[in-house]
Design a binder for this molecule. Structure first.
Ligand SMILES: Cc1cc2nc3c(=O)[nH]c(=O)nc-3n(C[C@H](O)[C@H](O)[C@H](O)COP(=O)(O)OP(=O)(O)OC[C@H]3O[C@@H](n4cnc5c(N)ncnc54)[C@H](O)[C@@H]3O)c2cc1C
Length: 445
């Protein structure tokens, strides 16, 4: 049952201070029905805002990202946010070119001993997601992509020009949305949610959520069965949220008419029915030896073999040049270490970071001669059921409990649309700006 209606007081608790929780808080404070004197918005974050993937992602935005029912909206909202709040200066928003680069790496001696551990693609460059790219241009790189050594390039394919692709610095973007939400009345609490508390409510049977099985097929019989009965049935309703305050270690319970579960890879720890888990991915940041033009590159680099006979690989690091004279590089995902207790406990395998540095150094002197500033790892929130790419956005079947999680490799891109749509669900009773029935968590919960 939707807890819509903009008249009654709302106590909204958002669990998770990643980009999804912060964007939701931001758009709730921007909703025309939001009144800070009447409504309360509390973001409860376990460790620190943007401490997980939201502060360690690449930050690429693309019109050809997925899912297509929210991407166009979100891409536009990113531009609106940047214009309204000075995003260019504040979080490095800019339009950027994007391409597929195929190259042979060099400097075999530097690369000796690198393991070619099998990895999981983060999924951003799935062939089917690319739209309207130009044909391979042979070995010809765009002229201004002069920080990649041209003699090593096997091919370059444009995936997006300034109309299709943009970027933000995810950490600053997330922090800024939280700050803007706070400036408009939202509260931030640093504490770990231990429990969502529910009340049993009995009421006449209401129209059930769309009954769709895991394969996506609607069950024709369910709605007719339910609508023909007038008996009452028992339901659960979110009532409050209990967290352990980080500073005082005290357990605190806050009332909640609406709970938004935006805990990324940790979502299932609080709501076990959520089919969401985490995929670890490493990344590094580098201050290049000289200025670099704005490009986001998906690569396929054949690494020289340790035996000096031919090439092996390829490896596929993603390379993003950022406006603050920073190069960000991320690698494939791995399932070697389970999602830890908190973002602060994420294990960084330094050798994986060193592999990334060696791989990208092998095709760029700007990188090779640059300075490594950060080696890090984080977890992407991914759906662990086949046939659905996520995210899951909307009601859960428990009154007042909403989910916004499983954004996989496009959470930065899709956060503004997610936040806006949730604000509509909470204040207007339904999503208005996009048709997101396909993302309804009740389809699979
Ligand atoms: C290497 C890499 C590169 C990426 N590149 C891009 C990109 O270029 N473009 C793009 O669009 N996306 C990208 N992504 C994806 C993007 O980072 C994620 O989809 C997004 O950050 C998910 O945000 P979130 O808020 O759902 O999760 P998170 O950022 O994980 O935030 C969840 C928060 O919930 C908190 N939390 C957990 N449990 C509790 C609890 N019990 N109580 C309170 N708080 C809790 C955590 O501390 C955490 O801060 C990338 C991801 C990775 C890993």
């Amino acid at each position: 049952m939707t807890m819509g209606g903009s008249d009654e007081r709302k106590d909204i608790v958002i669990i998770g201070g990643g980009i999804i929780g912060c964007a939701t808080a931001y758009y709730l404070t921007r909703h025309p029905s939001y009144d800070p004197k009447k409504h309360r918005i509390v973001v409860v974050e376990a460790t620190r805002v943007a401490g997980g993937a939201s502060g360690k992602a690449g930050g690429l935005l693309a019109v050809w990202a997925y899912p297509s029912n929210i991407v166009p909206l979100s891409f536009r909202l990113h531009q609106d946010l940047a214009l309204e709040h000075g995003g260019e200066d504040r979080w490095g928003y800019r339009r950027v070119s994007c391409g597929n680069l195929e190259a042979h790496g060099r400097k075999r001696s530097e690369l000796e001993g690198l393991g070619a551990a099998p990895g999981f693609s983060l999924g951003k460059r799935a062939g089917e997601t690319r739209k309207g790219g130009k044909a391979w241009s042979g070995t010809g790189l765009p002229k201004d992509l002069d920080w990649i050594l041209p003699e090593l390039v096997q091919g370059y394919e444009e995936m997006g020009g300034s109309r299709e692709t943009a970027q933000v610095h995810p950490y600053y973007f997330t922090m800024s949305l939280m700050d803007l939400a706070k400036a408009s009345g939202a509260e931030l609490v640093i504490g770990s949610v231990t429990k969502i508390n529910y009340a049993d409510v009995s009421s006449p049977a209401s129209t059930p959520p769309p009954a769709i099985d895991r394969s996506g097929n609607k069950s024709p019989s369910t709605s007719s069965l339910s609508s023909s009965t007038s008996s009452s049935r028992s339901r659960r309703k979110a009532e409050s949220v209990t967290y352990t305050d980080k500073e005082t270690s005290r357990s605190v319970t806050v009332p909640a008419s609406h709970v938004v579960l935006a805990a990324g890879p940790w979502t299932a720890r609080l709501f076990p029915a959520a089919p969401i888990t985490g995929l670890r991915a490493h990344s590094v940041t580098i201050t290049p030896a000289g200025p670099v033009s704005g490009y986001a590159l998906f690569t396929e680099i054949s690494i020289p073999s340790p035996t000096e006979v031919g090439y092996r690989g390829p490896v596929s690091p993603e390379i993003y040049a950022r406006p603050n004279n920073e190069i960000y590089v991320c690698g494939e995902g791995d399932m070697e270490v389970e999602v830890p207790e908190t973002t602060a406990d994420v294990e960084v395998d330094e050798s994986r970071c060193d592999d990334l540095i060696a791989q990208v150094s092998s095709i760029s002197d700007h990188i090779r001669l640059g300075r490594v500033t950060r080696k890090q790892a984080c977890y992407l929130p991914v759906l662990n059921i086949g046939g659905s790419g996520g995210p899951l956005i909307g009601e859960t079947g428990v009154d007042g409990l909403y989910m916004a999680s499983g954004h996989s490799c496009w959470g930065i891109n899709n956060a503004p649309a997610t936040g806006l749509l949730l604000s509509e669900m909470i204040f207007d009773g339904k999503a208005k700006s996009a048709d997101i029935r396909q993302l309804d968590p009740r389809r699979i919960l």
